[in-house]
Design a protein around this ligand. Sequence first.
Ligand code: PGA
Ligand code: ZN
Length: 424
Amino acid sequence: MSPQIKALDAYEILDSRGNPTVRVALALSDGTRVAASVPSGASTGENEALELRDGDAKRYGGKGVRHAISNVIEVIAPALVGRDPTRQRDIDRLMIDLDGTQEKSKLGANAILGVSMAVARAGAKVTGKPLYQYLCAGSPSVMPVPMMNVINGGTHADNSLDFQEFMLMPIGAPTCAEAVRYGAETFHALQRLLKKRGLATSVGDEGGFAPKLRSNDEACQLIVEAIEAAGFVPGKHLSVALDPAASAFFVDGRYQLAKSGAGPKTAAEMLDLYTRWIDQYPIVSIEDGFDENDWAGFQAMTARLGSRLQIVGDDIYVTNTHFIRRGIDEQATNAVLIKLNQIGTVSETIEAIDMCRKAGWKYVISHRSGETEDTFIADFSVAMAGGQIKTGSLCRSERIAKYNRLIEIERELGNKAVFSNPFA
Ligand code: PGA
Ligand code: ZN
């Protein structure tokens, strides 16, 4: 008889911001043990599945996750013991039904996702496959090109940048391991440039530098200079990707570029700004250029720039097929950011990806700004074969853990591994 789920445990651990999060431990009847940890966002979309926090001000400023943990132990575990861990869809469905709410607010998406990820790991063990192979529909081969967030702003850093993420994409690297090298060398070149100008080299939540620059433009200029200083050619070896995370600065119907002092902007002015930038800098991807409810803003951008670059929806879709469907119908973007904890189960995340594939859209597997050392998304990105991952800068071990896992997977795949520019 194949091994069954014997026991589930959960406990509070800390994420990379020092806030509590859920870790789930799962034991199988054959003695196999696996675990999974849940990440947490800061610039979250309104429609994300609910991250259950205790709200008890006496513990972790209300951010404790003891309720989520007791939901794993007292509600989910009894329903899962004795089940076959390879039945991922059935188990995820069972948890969705146990919860019974749209937003997973009863049990908490953090409780449900921790179990869902641990079940996937257990299923992989049972079948004797690495996770990246177990979750793959065919045979895995596509290594992702990383989006590396080397300058942090917005809600992820206390500096003068309105836009949240200025990223490197080593599109011209021959392998994923080389892409990591291109990124790391450019990251260090950027550090030297900042130092030379007397700017801070302290880092933000995702490990990117968080200098006090004069403008958002200056961040793009600095990245291009750093690429050159590292001996690479901008647009050939490394390009730029942005995540303004515009919902965070959309107030009273205007895009308030207040941190940089550029003042309020209309959607049309934002689109002009992005258009000027892609003429000026080697930008290949822009995520959340507009507020999550500004569908018209996204549509106008896709109509004008969609043939020239990847336009990614994050907060607007929250990895939810209901919103992605609308995005496809209304041509709001041409790509989707995929975050497991926005929807709360592995199966629903895969459904969201299937929808993107059918529409011919690109998708990017993503971390959260609050992460742990769990490397699930590295395996997941290879299994989903979308060719892109967003997993932070070239420092802070919760980010590096994912890069190191990708390097390991690429070695295992050997000459089967494919790494190519997703925009070629
Ligand atoms: P978050 O940021 O994890 O704080 O939501 C990441 C992103 O916006 O892509
Ligand atoms: Zn985003």
